[in-house]
Design a binder for this molecule. Structure first.
Ligand SMILES: [Zn+2]
Length: 457
């Protein structure tokens, strides 16, 4: 039997009813499409922030801060802009707690991003293009770390609209210049009166995406040693074999450095150590030779040669031993060699202790963080040492606990890379994670718990 017969047999009133129903459904669908869902609105706010070109070396901080101040006022946060260095604004947002005497929670993110090579991207790096098929949002800063900054604000919007009031004060700060070392940003800020007045008890800062299901969390980071090693030697004819030429002196060192590099890398490759737990050594440049307008003099052994190294050390490394290696093996004066530090990061905090935040039960914040992520349906991986540098080091240096955390699971690490992206689903999931984290940290109260257990006794 065909549908034609069915329709014909149906009473006229029924046909009218179904037409009306269809019309109402169509209207509903239209209305739904016209007013975007809260998630879609959050995505478009994220895209708007990503479209502001805050790339070093000429970040548009004014535009970023204007946008963020607007977001903050919509989220009901107090805002003020601090300019410790002219043209480099630091935005301070505050959600006052019910018990302002408790140490506050500080949520940090940087507004600047690294430069990009647009010709190597599939979508322009400041288009924040959403690929509908994959759900990926492509933009410089989508992982590092405009996502996190906006997720803090979105989570606060949600918490406020649910009527939540924090016990502890929550501070959200947007800082400049992290990508060029943070010297005019967090490094200055931590010694300001404004920072002291914030009475910070815990800092959250950036982490890294995880290709797997677990979120990564960082409790320390490696410190950089950037140094140049120079070799000198008698210049000579390019045809002559003789001892002590600058190039020979330098290449002996390069071989020793490479052996050390291999031994550290092998620990990572074999799975015995994580990337952040070894000393990495990489060659930044090699410089030698006698230049000519078209290249180099080929029949001359130069009298000077040098190499630049980027070394990164975890906080538990024995720096004296490494320095002895440098003096005795890598730049021995016996081979006419010298070295010079371009940057010498310390693995210790201002109190002489290795600069890491305990990620165990000795730190009362740690279980709260893990529990909060769990409540949001996520899981933290084993705490790690961040392989590079972030602003978190300035907080750890003054003795504050700081965790690096960016809620991006199932995501390849594309920080500073071409085609940096974050999927919109991961972004939205991350808002839920921060909602839980802020709720738990803001109500976590050792003191109250102590009082309760005393009352029970
Ligand atoms: Zn970053």
């Amino acid at each position: 039997m065909g549908t034609k017969n069915l329709t014909r047999n149906r009473p006229a009133s029924m046909a009218t009813a179904s037409t009306t129903l269809l019309l109402s459904l169509a209207l509903l669908a239209f209305a739904w499409a016209a007013s975007p869902s809260p998630d879609a609105e959050a995505i478009s706010r994220f895209q708007e922030y990503l479209r502001i070109d805050t790339a070093q070396p000429a970040p548009d901080y004014a535009a970023a801060v204007a946008f963020l101040r607007n977001q903050a006022s919509e989220a009901g946060l107090e805002a003020r802009t601090l300019e410790l260095v002219a043209g480099k604004p630091l935005l301070l947002l505050r959600w006052p707690g019910r018990r302002p005497s408790l140490p506050s929670v500080l949520l940090n993110s940087h507004t600047d991003v690294v430069p990009s090579e647009p010709s190597k991207w599939d979508h322009p790096p400041f288009s924040a293009a959403l690929d509908e098929a994959s759900g990926r949002i492509y933009a410089r800063g989508s992982q590092d770390m405009k996502c996190v900054g906006m997720q803090y604000l979105e989570a606060i919007r949600r918490l406020r609209s649910s009527g939540f009031i924090p016990d502890r004060t929550i501070h959200v700060i947007f800082v400049p210049d992290e990508e060029i070392g943070g010297h005019d940003g967090v490094e200055l800020f931590v010694s300001s009166k404004e920072f002291k007045d914030m009475n910070v008890g815990l800092v959250l800062d950036e982490g890294l995406p995880s290709p797997g299901e677990e979120y990564r969390v960082f409790y320390a980071e490696r410190s950089p040693w950037w140094l140049t090693i120079k070799a000198k030697g008698a210049p000579g004819h390019g045809a002559k074999l003789y001892d002590g030429s600058a190039m020979e002196n330098l290449m002996k060192s390069v071989e020793a450095i490479r052996r050390f590099r291999t031994s550290q890398f092998d620990l990572v490759k074999s799975g015995q150590k994580a990337e952040g737990d070894v000393v990495s050594v990489n060659f930044a440049y090699l410089k030698a030779g006698t230049p000519t307008p078209t290249g180099f003099v080929m029949n001359l052994q130069p009298s000077e040669a040098q190499v630049g190294l980027d070394i990164r050390m975890p906080p538990d490394v024995h720096t004296e031993a490494l320095e002895r290696r440098l003096i005795e093996e890598w730049a021995p004066s016996s081979r006419n060699m010298t070295f010079e530090f371009k940057q010498r990061g310390s693995v210790l905090d201002n109190f002489g202790k290795p600069a890491f935040t305990p990620a165990d039960s000795s730190n009362p914040w740690w279980p709260v963080l893990g529990e909060a992520v769990k409540k949001a349906g996520g899981k933290l991986g084993k705490p790690e040492v961040f392989p590079a540098s972030t602003d978190a080091r300035y907080f750890r240096k003054i003795g504050l606990p700081a965790f690096g955390f960016s809620p991006m699971a199932n995501t390849p690490v594309l920080l500073h890379d071409h085609n940096e992206f974050l999927s919109k689903d991961e972004y939205i999931k991350g808002i839920g994670v921060y909602e839980s984290i802020i709720r738990e940290l803001a109500t976590h109260n050792d003191e109250a718990r102590d009082e309760e257990s005393r009352a029970e006794l």
